[in-house]
Write a protein that binds this ligand. Structure first.
Ligand SMILES: [Zn+2]
Length: 281
């Protein structure tokens, strides 16, 4: 079977579905070379005359301009509703792509830096780009790095929620510090948690409530000489109320502080200022 280099037929590639063109025989009636855009953005070619085939994988940049994959709005499965492959495929499906930081869209890189985060943190947490265009943070509910139990997808689209969290939103406490810190900081989102994890142990609630899994992770982490600090975004009265409610729930069993400044950890420019807030609460 001969292989066809599809690069030469790029101008005919469809954005979705198939087109029919001539390959080895001329004339309209012999237009039997099919070029098909797959769900993942690849193009496959097949000529019914000569049996020649080819596959073309677009670069991340090219794929970004393609429409996103089909979603099934009627499905009960939230992964299907958002057109996201199941987590069982995290390691095997090439729709989850590891992209060098410098190849991310400019807007995404700017957003990452605006959160005070750096390139090695992007690499360390194992961010993937779904279909080359959806920024996906893997969530792990156990200390095992291999087991991804949820994903947080940042959308960058006005008509969608900022974050789509699928699977379990429980995140095991983590730290970037060399020696295990004696303070655990509960934050609202993952980026804030990553910031505070430079000096402390962090646990993003991925929201403003405490489910029983997270409650049990916190109490397991806690010991006599350790303390827990709650630092939500505090950008509305409701959030502040919720932070107090979380403290009420935790204070029954553990030593627990609360930070009520109206500024999120990720919006601090200097880590030293951030530490001062946490230390002086
Ligand atoms: Zn042919």
């Amino acid at each position: 079977m001969n292989s066809i280099n599809l690069e030469a037929y790029k101008e005919y590639f469809p954005d979705s579905g198939s087109v029919r063109i001539n390959h080895c025989r001329a004339e309209e009636s012999n237009r039997k070379f099919y070029l098909t855009r797959t769900e993942t953005g690849d193009v496959i070619g097949y000529c019914h005359h000569c049996g020649g085939r080819g596959v073309y994988r677009p670069s991340c940049t090219e794929r970004r301009t393609l429409p996103t994959v089909a979603v099934d709005t009627t499905s009960d499965d939230p992964f299907k509703r958002w057109g996201v492959p199941s987590l069982a495929t995290w390691k095997t499906c090439d729709r989850w792509e590891t992209v060098p930081f410098e190849d991310l869209p400019l807007l995404t890189r700017k957003w990452w830096f605006k959160n005070g985060l750096n390139v090695s943190e992007y690499e360390d947490i194992g961010v993937r780009m779904l279909d080359g265009n959806r920024f996906t943070i893997p969530l792990r509910s156990s200390p095992s790095w291999d087991e991804v139990t949820g994903v947080a997808i940042r959308t960058f689209k006005d008509d969608l929620p900022k974050w789509i969290v699928l699977g379990s939103k429980t995140v095991h406490p983590f730290t970037q510090a060399d020696t295990v810190p004696d303070t655990l900081v509960l934050t609202e989102d993952y980026c804030s948690a990553l910031r505070v994890s430079r000096s402390y142990t962090a646990l993003p609630l991925m929201g403003i409530s405490l489910n029983s899994n997270v409650f049990s992770l916190i109490t397991k982490w806690h010991k006599e000489d350790r303390r827990v600090v709650i630092w939500l975004d505090n950008d509305s009265r409701a959030v502040v109320q919720q932070a107090k409610e979380i403290r009420r729930q935790l204070a029954l069993t553990i030593k627990c502080g609360i930070i009520l400044v109206n500024k999120e950890p990720k919006h601090y420019i200097n880590d030293a200022d951030l530490r001062e807030v946490i230390h002086g609460d």
